[in-house]
Design a protein around this ligand. Structure first.
Ligand SMILES: [Zn+2]
Length: 245
């Protein structure tokens, strides 16, 4: 099941996408779910959630521009507007949300160690700032793998879409069919990253997805009534590299 966990709508200063068009684009491109992560607002997420219906999971999120770099909060009930990264993390967690760092190395900014100790996840592929390495299938952000291991962070892929047509240009494969499954599996680190469909690496991505889809199905069948450590995907010990070859 594929998720795009970083999307902007017209409630963000940098996008004009209507939530209804985002929802339609997400369904069309086969996503199980999305997170709408507007700058300093959860209105877009709430609007998308209200119209999505049962075919599409919508996680209400927001992106904050803080003094410690950008941060994304998911599973929000209210916006957390602050420029202090630690206040943002605390504000998200106080309402049961989770936090990940988007495009961690954009502008060559290295995330703060103290902050890395408090967040839950990190973006390993961003549709707007990660380069696709056409000859090297270990695309994504290699540094993220190391940071994620050091700080026990889950790794996600997001499009950072500012237009409906860009929705899905960064996908996270997670063995989750509901919003709560998604939260739980993210926190376990059960993710696998996928870039855009129509890239030079589309075949690599599709191969990976095919194999993963089978394993996800098997895992769900096997674990329907007995939760245990899943045998799936991007475990925090293995890293993404092996999975994307
Ligand atoms: Zn963004």
């Amino acid at each position: 099941m594929e998720y795009d966990l970083h999307i902007h709508s017209r409630f963000s200063f940098d996008s004009r996408s209507d939530p209804a068009r985002i929802v339609a684009a997400a369904k069309k491109t086969g996503l199980r779910g999305i997170a709408v992560t507007d700058h300093d607002s959860i209105e877009g997420g709430l609007a998308a959630q209200a119209i999505a219906g049962p075919d599409l999971i919508v996680v209400v999120g927001m992106e904050a521009t803080t003094e410690g770099g950008d941060l994304i909060g998911l599973y929000l009930k209210e916006a957390v507007v602050t420029q202090n990264p630690f206040e943002f993390v605390a504000g998200v967690k106080s309402q049961g949300g989770i936090v990940f760092i988007p495009h961690p190395f954009r502008y060559h900014v290295v995330p703060d160690e103290e902050l890395l100790a408090q967040v839950d996840g990190i973006e390993g592929y961003n549709g707007r700032s990660s380069r696709l390495r056409e000859v090297d299938p270990t695309w994504g952000e290699p540094k993220v793998e190391r940071v994620a291991k050091e700080h026990d962070l889950f790794v996600v892929s997001g499009s950072d879409a500012h237009r409906p047509s860009q929705v899905g240009r960064g996908r996270t494969v997670v063995p989750a069919a509901t919003a709560e499954d998604l939260r739980r599996e993210l926190m376990k680190g059960n993710t696998l990253l996928c870039g855009p469909r129509r890239s030079a690496l589309a075949h690599v991505c599709d191969e990976v997805k095919g194999a993963v889809a089978d394993r996800v199905r098997q895992w769900i069948d096997k674990n329907r009534n007995r939760p245990q450590e899943p045998e799936f995907g991007f475990s925090r010990d293995e890293g993404a590299r092996d999975e994307t070859r």
